[in-house]
Design a protein around this ligand. Sequence first.
Ligand SMILES: [Zn+2]
Length: 155
Amino acid sequence: MEVSLREVAFTCGRCGTPYRDGLLVGGYGRLVVRDASGRSPACADLLADPLVDLLASVQAERSALFARVEAAPTDVVAAFLLLCDPSPTGQPWDRDALPCCPACGAPPDRSERLDGLLRVDLPELRHDGLDALPRAEQRARAAAALRPAAAPPTA
Ligand SMILES: [Zn+2]
């Protein structure tokens, strides 16, 4: 999927190498993430992905069930990323991960937004593993992934 990213100048926090990469600004339902090591950028169109419909439907049922208690807000994007297939190197997705240093792989410690836009063609996040499960199991996994937004991440 082709996306427009804002060009950003990074400086490696370990070896000091300067490098450029792109970050999504705004995005209108688009999501661009990297894996936990800052590699393998991938994207999703949340407005078109049927997994978001599943999450919304499970969440709506839960809200109806617990209508009399205040429903805790849940983090649909976090649940979406949990249910996607892992990165090519088997890592979980991390929407806060910044592009890592091309020389040593460490995260940046400085960044500066530039004016340029980068048009990049990124692979789409897939959830073939989830899609292959029976519908009831998909719903159970969606329910488990939809946890309150304030809860600490489970390891
Ligand atoms: Zn480095």
